[in-house]
Design a protein around this ligand. Structure first.
Ligand SMILES: Nc1ncnc2c1ncn2[C@@H]1O[C@H](COP(=O)(O)OP(=O)(O)OP(=O)(O)O)[C@@H](O)[C@H]1O
Length: 315
């Protein structure tokens, strides 16, 4: 269990984490969602005692990280997939960590197996791909068999096989009763793994809710209708109490209605239609709308998202 209470971090005049209060419970994957720069990494660093809160506190199993006796046995973390000494072998890196936390050597063999690294265990970690580095980071996080696992953007840069592996691993760890806290700036990624969500924007708590509730509350679905008789269609929909909008290409959008009901309406009025299709806003769109007040976004040609943070100097 992780417990943040009024957790705050300021750098000079800038408040990066702003009075965050939430709990992360065991037995489920909790997603930590927020646009780039929202304060996720800073929050996770405070959980791990790597950064000191300006105000408030964050407790790990009831204590601040600094007061945990053998921290690796309580909380394991992957913050940066390349946070190891490149000259050491994977096994050497894990043995070093194990010794400093009184963890038996047999556990090193176990985590090498668990993360599929046995065959490369004696290679220098500096030669590892991003995916293998990620696996080594996870092996280190699991070394102390901790009840709490923190993962900061674990799928970044991974190939599809690696992404699938991490998703399943997180679900398995939660099913074993562990607390799994994973950050991402992508709603679509967390929708596949997380059961619960903590959403932040500009350091503030925006939502603490189940993934299903978040999606239901924030995604807009409508039935798109293309017809050569838009006025008759619009009138039939309005009479039936359905809200109608006009799309960019002139098609009608029946908001919150089922395609089956629209089909019956069309048939009853004998209206000619060329298209009736259900449209749902993507999770990413829902998330962008939700965090719109916290960040300014602009779309890129390749569909990726870029953002412009409203910083103090407006840069
Ligand atoms: N040491 C620091 N000094 C000053 N500002 C910092 C420092 N560390 C982080 N920040 C700022 O704090 C804000 C939040 O950063 P943080 O890395 O916590 O966000 P994030 O949600 O993890 O973003 P990302 O998804 O990009 O990793 C950013 O504006 C960042 O520039």
């Amino acid at each position: 269990m992780i417990h943040a209470r009024e957790l705050t971090k300021r750098y000079g005049q800038t408040t990066v984490v702003d009075r965050l209060s939430f709990e992360v419970r065991p037995g489920r994957v909790t997603g930590f969602l927020g646009p780039n720069g929202a304060g996720k990494s800073t929050t996770m660093r405070m959980m791990l005692g790597l950064s000191r809160p300006t105000a408030g506190e964050v407790l790990v199993d009831g204590r601040p990280y600094q007061r945990l006796k053998e921290p690796l046995r309580t909380i394991g973390a992957l913050l940066d997939a390349k946070s190891f000494h490149g000259g050491r072998t994977a096994r050497g890196h894990l043995l070093y960590l194990a010794q400093s936390n009184r963890i038996p050597e047999s556990r090193v063999r176990e985590v090498l197996g668990l993360t599929g690294l046995e065959s490369v265990a004696d290679q220098r970690a500096g030669t590892f791909s991003l995916g293998m580095g990620g696996r080594l980071g996870i092996a280190a996080a699991l070394l102390g068999d901790p009840g709490i696992v923190l993962l900061d953007e674990p799928v970044n840069g991974l190939d599809p096989e690696g992404v699938l592996w991490i998703r399943n691993l997180m679900k398995d760890l939660a099913a074993e009763g562990r607390t799994v806290f994973v950050s991402s700036h992508l709603m679509s990624e967390l929708a596949l793994t997380a059961e619960h969500l903590i959403v932040i924007g500009r350091g503030r708590l925006l939502a603490d809710t189940s993934v299903t509730e978040f999606i239901d509350a924030n995604s807009r679905s409508f039935v798109r209708i293309r017809t050569p008789e838009p006025e008759r269609m619009r009138e039939a929909l309005s009479t039936a109490g359905v809200r109608v909008l006009t799309g960019e290409d002139g098609a009608l959008e029946a908001v919150g209605a089922q395609a089956s009901a629209i089909g019956e309406l069309i048939s009853a009025h004998g209206i000619t239609v060329h298209e009736v299709s259900t449209q749902s806003a993507s999770l990413e769109e829902a998330f962008m709308r939700f965090t719109a007040g916290a960040v300014e976004y602009r779309g890129l040609e390749n569909g990726a998202l870029a953002h412009r943070r409203k910083t103090e100097d407006g840069a």
